[in-house]
Write a protein that binds this ligand. Structure first.
Ligand SMILES: Nc1ncnc2c1ncn2[C@@H]1O[C@H](COP(=O)(O)OS(=O)(=O)O)[C@@H](OP(=O)(O)O)[C@H]1O
Length: 327
């Protein structure tokens, strides 16, 4: 009997030992399995990272290999004349992703150029790779009766920029330009009041330096085709004194990272305006002699008369854009 009991004790000790060995084996397998799983996870993450790097490499390589080509503009500075359109184009081109057409194209405001078609228009644009923004400026578009519809037919979601200044100052600037052009051609110069007002002092709205300042009249035509959020209104007076602040607004409007820096512009005391410096080390660019020259004196009475008669147009303009200027 005692012998039988000893046999049972020995048997259960053996089976505990096997149980223990079995459990230990399962434990070992589990550890190996978990270590493998972790390794698999690490491998998967590494593969994903390699894939992402390879993708980025292929993207950069294709950009480097991508042939530069000319494209229709993504954005147009439509005006207004004498409000800083050239300075604004030069300044926004400081951004590495913005590529400007070098001169005013006058495609949409002239039947002669418009009939040449989009191929001709595209050929006037700079060479770019994808992701860069092509931009042109032609201030004549703002006051053209054809330009809004024609631009809409080309691209109804195009971004438009309108830079405006105090219309009295703008009118005098326009008149100054007319004055110097006539002087260069030895043509007769007439005093401002005699060409801008009727005998009874009423504003002659068809006289171009006056007409170009009736912002509300022109904007209404653009709003028939484009919603206001597609037209950025830049404050031209503020742009003269603080260009970077207005440029930040333009960058945001174009969905660009803020990459223009204050170090790229400096105030030229002699000229009274900012000059712009490209990152490529070229000499800084100040605008030519026809920009920022002293204005022809038109007299206080004429200035007051302009201010008074522009007031209702200004009010209409403020209500259209939902913003006031201190004009
Ligand atoms: N940085 C800088 N340098 C020079 N000029 C500057 C600058 N920023 C704005 N402005 C103002 O731009 C005015 C000329 O405007 P535009 O370039 O639109 O003129 S134009 O319509 O293309 O002839 C020009 O008008 P005037 O001062 O009457 O000449 C300037 O006041």
């Amino acid at each position: 009997m005692k012998h039988k009991m000893n046999e049972n004790v020995a048997a259960s000790a053996v089976s505990r030992k096997y149980l223990f060995l079995g459990a230990f084996g399962v434990f070992l397998l589990l550890v190996i399995f978990l270590v493998d799983l972790d390794q698999l996870r690490i491998n998967a993450v590494q593969n994903l990272q390699i894939d992402a790097l390879a993708k980025e490499y292929r993207r950069l390589a294709s950009l480097l290999e991508e042939k530069k080509t000319r494209r229709l503009p993504h954005c147009i500075i439509i005006g207004a004349r004498k409000c800083g359109t050239r300075a604004l184009l030069d300044a926004i081109a400081l951004h590495p992703l913005v590529k400007p057409a070098r001169y005013e194209v006058h495609y949409f405001d002239s039947n002669e150029t418009y009939t040449r078609g989009y191929d001709w228009y595209t050929a006037q644009m700079p060479l770019t790779v994808s992701g860069e923004i092509t931009i042109e400026k032609t201030p004549g578009y703002f006051t053209s009766s054809m330009a809004p519809e024609r631009i809409y037919h080309m691209n109804e979601s195009i971004k438009l920029i309108l830079i405006v200044r105090n219309p009295v100052v703008r009118t005098i600037s326009d008149f100054t330009q007319v004055h110097y052009t006539k002087q260069a051609k030895n043509k007769t110069q007439l005093p401002f009041a005699s060409v801008a007002f009727s005998k009874s002092g009423l504003l002659l709205e068809n006289y171009k330096p006056v007409r170009n300042s009736l912002y509300s009249k022109h904007l209404l035509r653009w709003l028939k085709y484009f919603p206001l959020d597609q037209i950025l209104i830049v404050d031209g007076d503020h742009f003269i004194s603080e260009p970077l602040a207005e440029l930040r607004r333009v960058e945001r409007f174009l969905h660009l990272e803020p990459e223009i820096h204050s170090s790229q512009m400096y105030f030229n005391r002699t000229k009274g305006f900012f000059c712009f410096r490209h990152a490529d080390g070229k000499p800084p660019k100040c605008l030519g002699e026809t920009k920022g020259r002293s204005h022809v004196e038109i007299g206080e009475a004429a200035e007051n008369n302009l201010r008074r008669q522009f007031a209702p147009y200004n009010e209409k303009f403020f209500s259209l854009i939902g913003h006031r200027f201190d004009w």
